[in-house]
Ligand binder design. Structure first.
Ligand SMILES: Nc1ncnc2c1ncn2[C@@H]1O[C@H](COP(=O)(O)OP(=O)(O)O)[C@@H](O)[C@H]1O
Ligand SMILES: [Mg+2]
Length: 327
């Protein structure tokens, strides 16, 4: 089965090897843009095999944290360490993004970054190729190694597309896919690089309730079947509560809380951070936040999801708290 093939390519260590060790660790990470401190002394400890959610109002520094973990931003201070299964450790601070990807961290973007004019298959193949060692010269000359590599990336792309449920759409242009499918294609593209850690930046933004449930199931399968550790930025609290083992909360660049989903949900500092953000919105936004907070939005039959904005600006400070545990 595809699951097996994808799993096998994760390497002989399998999903559970080294579970519980720290796979990612940051300390004292501080990132400034001029006078603005976007990350302030951030500590993150992620265990291998867990789903760790990062939540917080818009502008809290969540995407900056991802950018710092993947080499896109270079924090002025701090330490960022990745410990791969095979042993040893890599400093991610200031590492080149393609090197970070080769070490085993893959990400998706808050604002989808696909090649819209290429097919779904082509998008994933490009990612799969970044893992292969064939250089540009042998590709140009069509040497046997390059042809072998081309077949390998083609096979890998088919596998991951099948895994995320997009095989029938592999020849469609990425730009013509539905929003939910584009989000899943981004995940497929990240999986094609065989990551140990997958960073998802608001994967549910702009998706409808059905797509959200599919996404939830996909994240869980990636974590449990493939043994991939998942760092998840998400505004949809029902999704967070359902898939996350632990949650850390950022506000104005600082970590203000960390714990199990239910602990964090009850934390006064967290509630205040969100309420504070809501207070700055206009009355309509507050009314909407209250309605969403009542948990009506995801309810059966309601079906209304007006959030089609990738930027999720409308969601700022309005997490859809749902007191039920979905574990
Ligand atoms: N490249 C950048 N240049 C200047 N400011 C930035 C840059 N990236 C992020 N910031 C600022 O850092 C803060 C945190 O932003 P971000 O990490 O995108 O927050 P979040 O993802 O939690 O909404 C914001 O005030 C944002 O304007
Ligand atoms: Mg963001």
């Amino acid at each position: 089965m595809t699951t097996e093939t994808v799993k096998k390519e994760q390497g002989p260590a399998g999903g559970s090897a080294g579970a519980g060790e720290l796979v990612l660790e940051t300390s004292g990470v501080t990132l400034r843009f001029g006078g603005l401190t976007s990350l302030d002394n951030v500590e993150l400890r992620m265990r291998r095999g867990e789903v760790l959610a990062v939540i917080g109002p818009n502008g809290a520094g969540k995407t900056s944290l991802f950018n710092s973990l993947t080499g896109a931003y270079v924090p002025q201070e701090g330490r960022i360490v990745f410990r791969p299964r095979e042993g040893g450790e890599h400093s991610l601070l200031g590492a080149k993004p393609h090197v970070v990807s080769q070490w085993g961290l893959a990400r998706t973007f808050q604002n989808i970054r696909l090649f819209g004019a290429l097919t779904a298959l082509e998008n994933v193949k490009i990612a799969a190729e970044t893992r292969l060692k064939t250089g540009p010269v042998s590709i140009m000359l069509g040497l046997p190694n390059a042809r072998k590599a081309e077949r390998a990336s083609d096979r890998r792309a088919h596998e991951v597309l099948s895994y995320v449920g997009l095989l029938e759409k592999m020849n469609e242009l990425a730009g013509s896919l539905s929003y939910g499918d584009q989000r899943r294609l981004e995940i497929a593209r990240a999986l094609a690089t065989d990551p140990e850690v997958l960073l998802l930046d608001e994967p549910a933004a702009g998706t409808n309730p059905t797509e959200k449930l599919e996404l939830e199931e996909l994240i869980r399968r990636i974590n449990t079947e493939l043994g991939v550790s998942v760092l998840l930025i998400e505004h949809d609290m029902r999704l967070v509560m359902s898939v996350a083992d632990r949650v850390m909360v950022l506000n104005f660049g600082k970590k203000i809380a960390e714990g199990s989903p239910s602990q964090v949900q009850r934390d006064p500092a967290v509630i205040e951070a969100y309420l504070g953000a809501v207070a700055e919105e206009d009355e309509a936004a507050v009314a909407q936040a209250v309605a969403e907070g009542a948990g009506a939005q995801e309810g059966a039959g309601s079906g209304a999801d007006t959030d089609t904005d990738t930027d999720t600006g409308a969601d700022a400070g309005a997490p859809q708290w749902d007191t039920e545990e979905h574990k």
